[in-house]
Design a protein around this ligand. Structure first.
Ligand code: UDP
Length: 324
């Protein structure tokens, strides 16, 4: 297939591009390089330096390279904390930018879209593991933007015959198991890259945001999912929606929970570095525990996490961070 990957130079986007290329697809990457990196681009994929706010550029990109069969849309801001302080930035990019993509897809006749959604659409868990039937009450503005786009997608499915897969990612982490992708995320806000930056000396120390949660060691538990697993989920989801002509919303998670202290212990062991840390106060909006049920992804797509054990997540990350 001929695939347009919007946000394909980013951390997750570059892994997804690698997956589609490896599966024999023709790929175009469209990215404004605001957080994506040139070093994440593959020579086999055509690159268009463009912005999702530029409707003409989107139309041209969609029509280029012989036209596209599908769009993978990963171009979004993702810092939940920042979204509560600067909601305008998230409205403009994650909502208005995505509406541009949907409208340009309608105009150019592209019928298949895979959308990067998030477990942030659920908000405070009412039960665990979280399945797709769990109520959606986002606790942060970022999660609201993702949920809002799922609603748009649902309407565009009904009104314009767009078929979509909305993939609700849990905590994306790790690096390419094949070792091809080496671009470091700039100013990361997530736990594993912060641990890696501390291990390799970019940061002197890191903070654990609270150790008084109702969990066995007092630190928060999350479901970490390897980007290579996420990437195969995109390919399988696209296959499903094109073959079945049906839209889907599915969780992508490992179904395993790791606490902040457990992640840190494994990182110390795998890197051999002390990784100094302080315990600080809780970060607002952090639930004690979040784990996914990914049984729907297995049932519909045959997808299951294969590389998401904590050792592999840390080893593949350290493989990149240890070389800087
Ligand atoms: N966390 C932490 N220190 C950090 C970054 C994150 O203790 O410097 C904790 C955070 O409170 C949460 C977990 O690590 O319990 C995962 O946070 P992250 O920001 O990676 O993902 P989120 O759960 O917010 O999607």
């Amino acid at each position: 297939m001929n695939i347009l990957i919007i946000g394909g130079a980013g951390y997750i986007g570059s892994h997804v591009t690698s997956e589609f290329l490896d599966n024999g697809n023709k790929c175009t990457v469209f990215d404004n390089l605001s957080s994506g990196l040139r070093e994440n681009l593959f020579p086999e994929a055509k690159f268009i330096h463009g912005d999702i706010h530029d409707y003409q550029a989107l139309l041209e990109a969609m029509k280029s390279n012989g036209g596209h069969d599908a769009i993978i849309h990963l171009a979004a801001f993702k810092a939940a904390g920042e979204s509560m302080l600067i909601p305008q930035k998230y409205s403009r990019n994650n909502i208005a930018g995505t509406i541009n993509i949907l409208n340009a897809a309608c105009e150019t006749g592209i019928k298949n879209i895979v959308f990067s959604s998030s477990a942030a659409v659920y908000g405070e868990p009412q039960y665990l593991p979280i399945d797709e039937k769990h109520p959606t009450q986002p606790e942060n503005f970022y999660g609201f933007t993702k949920l809002e786009i799922e609603r748009f997608l649902d309407w565009y499915d009904k009104l314009k015959n767009i078929r979509y897969a909305s993939l609700r990612y849990f905590n994306a982490a790790g690096y390419d198991v094949k070792g091809k992708i080496k671009g470091l995320e700039q100013n990361p806000a997530n736990l594993i890259p912060i641990i890696m930056e501390t291990a390799c000396g970019i940061r002197k120390e890191m903070q654990i945001f609270g150790d008084d949660y109702d969990t066995p060691d007092g630190t928060c538990i999350r479901d970490y999912i390897h980007v290579s697993d996420l990437s195969s989920g995109h390919a399988m989801a696209l296959d499903y929606i094109t073959k079945k002509d049906k839209s889907i919303i599915v969780n992508l998670g490992s179904e395993t929970g790791s606490s902040v202290k457990e992640v840190l212990d494994i990182a110390r062991k795998e890197t051999g570095k002390p990784i100094p840390c302080n315990i600080t106060s809780r970060r607002p909006g952090d639930p004690a525990k979040l784990t996914a049920s990914a049984s729907l992804a297995f049932e519909l797509l045959g997808w299951k996490a294969k590389h998401s054990d904590m050792e592999t997540l840390i080893k593949t990350s350290w493989n990149v961070y240890s070389k800087i």
